[in-house]
Design a protein around this ligand. Structure first.
Ligand SMILES: Nc1ncnc2c1ncn2[C@@H]1O[C@H](COP(=O)(O)OP(=O)(O)OP(=O)(O)O)[C@@H](O)[C@H]1O
Ligand SMILES: [Mg+2]
Length: 309
């Protein structure tokens, strides 16, 4: 096992024995005696006596090399196909732009209608291709992650400001973000994508109000950020599907918006790269809250504990 993975495993084991964790699951690279690479998933928990003292540990090690190999093939396939689709799509978009701007002569109403339809769909296709490329980069560990100590209030306020422009007064955006929040060790550009998607979703569903809250959690160990909207909510049985690729539970009535269903899976990958957690709580008819837990220190480096989200 690489030395940095040994350190992380030891840190997790210490947390487990100390009672700071009930269970952990990690995926690590190993090398067999013959020098072959091997991927294993380790799940560990602690059995304790009635006074909470550790009795013995239960550890399950699974060989996941084949799944990893298939994942890699799938990622490469998605990456190649997405790249190949980008060039012809750029030509289509360019031609439509020319038609829309009138460079190729005036259009009848009917032609205008169809050109607009093609334009909207080309834009959507473009968004799907970019989403798939982003996701495949994140999943394969090829994404550039530039983590540093970041103060959250300015980052959150900037995201909220953009959301205000997007909602154009249709909903109010309230915030409760204390200045004294502990700094977090994150890639601000990647995390900004997470905030932007959560706010974009909330803005699409909120009836009149979105509330963004940030607070220290677990002492000063991590920061919890939540984005609440007073929209229609998500049925309990659908919550577990939210972070699946291409999942769209239901579209807001009459908005005509067709998302890609890739926003939340991308959020989940980004949060996992930061060893954080993301989840949703919802009450039908009352609204939805997305929660985000970001560890304060440099505890979860990229490619570390990927199952946290
Ligand atoms: N705040 C919310 N209230 C109700 N449903 C939501 C909310 N946020 C997400 N969803 C549901 O989860 C689905 C997936 O969200 P996700 O962000 O992954 O994709 P999207 O928003 O549809 O597309 P994109 O992010 O590409 O614009 C949404 O289509 C919607 O059905
Ligand atoms: Mg979205």
């Amino acid at each position: 096992m690489p030395p940095e993975d040994v350190e992380k495993s030891e840190a997790l084991a210490r947390q487990l024995i100390g009672g700071n964790r009930q269970l952990y699951t990690v995926e690590h690279r190993y090398q067999t005696k013959a020098g072959e690479p091997l991927w294993a998933r380790t799940t560990a928990t602690m059995v304790r006596d009635e006074r909470g003292r550790p009795l013995y540990g239960l550890v399950m090690v699974e060989d996941i090399s084949e799944r990893r190999r298939l994942d890699q093939l799938k990622d490469e396939f998605i990456s190649i196909v997405s790249h190949e689709l980008r060039t012809p799509l750029a030509t289509v978009t360019g031609a439509i732009d020319n038609m829309q701007s009138g460079v190729l002569g005036p259009l009848t109403d009917k032609q205008q209608h169809y050109v607009d339809l093609i334009s909207r769909n080309a834009e959507r296709l473009n968004k799907i291709i970019h989403g798939l490329l982003d996701l495949s980069r994140l999943e394969s560990g090829r994404a550039r992650v530039d983590r540093r100590q970041v103060s959250l209030p300015p980052l959150l306020r900037e995201a909220i400001q953009s959301a205000r422009l997007q909602t154009a007064g249709r909903v109010t955006l309230e915030e409760s973000i204390p200045e004294g929040l502990p700094a977090v060790h994150i890639d601000p550009d990647l995390m900004n994508e997470v905030f932007a998607n959560l706010l974009d979703n909330a803005a699409r569903y909120a009836r009149s109000r979105i509330v963004v809250r940030a607070e220290p959690f677990d002492g000063q160990e991590s920061v919890r950020i939540s984005v609440h909207d007073d929209g229609p909510g998500i049925p309990q049985e659908d919550l577990c599907r939210l972070f699946n690729k291409f999942e769209q539970i239901r579209r807001p009535v009459g908005s005509g918006y067709k998302g890609t269903g890739l926003g939340l899976p991308i959020c989940k990958e980004i949060v996992a790269l930061h060893a954080g957690k993301i989840w949703a709580e919802s009450t039908v008819g009352a609204g939805t809250t997305f929660h985000l837990l970001l560890p304060q220190g440099a505890g979860g480096e990229a490619g570390g504990e990927r199952n946290a989200a």
